[in-house]
Ligand binder design. Structure first.
Ligand code: G1P
Length: 293
């Protein structure tokens, strides 16, 4: 497979599950400890060698674009105050000039439509899709593991990160059915978006990380609305699977669904406990809180 250079980040969603926090602030700017969700997934992409980040935004998401720009007044103030560590952090996080693109999904027509909005920015090459709601906590990052696994697969392979979920939760995700193993991946035999428990081909859920071939865009352009009345990426992948190989990849690491309150709170605790500057005190706090309950 040719190198994966570009990643799409769909960030147009309204974030209604987090109101009122998300009334004026994009849900992707919510922080896990002190890094916004969108920064954490961009970190994962850069770790995997992604050179260009494409954000599919919507109205009221301008602050995401600002986040990936310089903050001149802030930098001047940090210089004046001699805050070298903070300055270095901002410098490290700043994408290179021309390494980001922003386009808008004007209407909330679904994930498939959001990905299609980035078609001209991606062009004719395989690309990654990363959903910022899902964090995968692992030193190697999920996308880097997928790109490694691609070495054993066909040149035109599509790869979807999956993990097991309890059967009573399959209706919340895209679910795949799998067949033969190839390297670290399994051939996908079926894909269904948000199936009823009785119709799910397995309990393997799509975890918000994809490597896709550019032929998906033509299909997305014609894709009818599916589950929830939205244009679904899963439906377009099912169509592409008629002509190209699709694989599921079970990554190492734990995922946190930060689109849910429990997932988001758990991520904050887990990432906090991993931080040398916070771990000891945070653990003490948690133990005291639990003891008092
Ligand atoms: C989307 C995808 C679904 C996937 C999920 C992962 O659904 O359509 O296939 O399992 O993300 O979080 P959403 O959560 O946007 O409804």
């Amino acid at each position: 497979m040719s190198r994966i250079r570009k990643a799409i980040f769909p960030v147009a969603g309204l974030g209604t599950r987090f109101l009122p926090a998300t009334k004026a602030m994009p849900k992707e700017m919510q922080t896990v400890v002190d890094r916004p969700l969108i920064q954490l997934v961009v970190d994962e992409a850069r770790q995997a060698g992604i050179e260009h980040c494409i954000f599919v935004t919507g109205r009221n998401k301008g602050v995401i674009e600002d986040h990936f720009d310089r903050q001149f007044e802030l930098e001047v103030t940090l210089v004046e105050r001699g805050k070298k560590a903070d300055l270095k952090l901002l410098e490290t996080d700043l994408p290179g000039a021309g390494d980001t693109s922003f386009t808008r999904q004007q209407s909330p027509l679904g994930l498939g439509h959001a990905v299609w909005c980035a078609r001209d920015l991606v062009g004719n090459e395989p690309f990654a899709v990363i959903l910022p709601d899902v964090l995968v906590k692992n030193p190697r990052g999920c996308l880097a593991q997928m790109i490694d696994a691609a070495i054993d697969l066909d040149a035109n392979a599509n790869i979807v990160a999956v993990e097991e979920v309890p059967m009573d939760r399959v209706h919340m995700y895209g679910i795949v059915g799998v067949g033969k193993q190839k390297g670290k991946a399994f051939e996908i035999t079926q894909m269904v978006e948000k199936p009823k428990q009785s119709e799910a081909p397995s309990n393997l859920s799509i975890t918000g990380r994809y490597i896709l071939q550019p032929e998906i865009f033509d299909i997305l352009g014609k894709q009818a609305a599916g589950a929830g009345g939205e244009i679904q990426l899963t439906d377009a992948m099912l169509e592409l699977a008629k002509t190209q190989p699709f694989y599921s990849f079970e990554f190492e690491g734990r995922s946190y669904d930060c689109g849910s309150k429990i997932g988001f709170l758990s991520a904050n605790v887990a990432y906090g406990l991993d931080r040398p500057d916070l771990a000891v005190e945070l653990r003490k706090e948690i133990e005291q809180l639990l003891a008092a309950k």
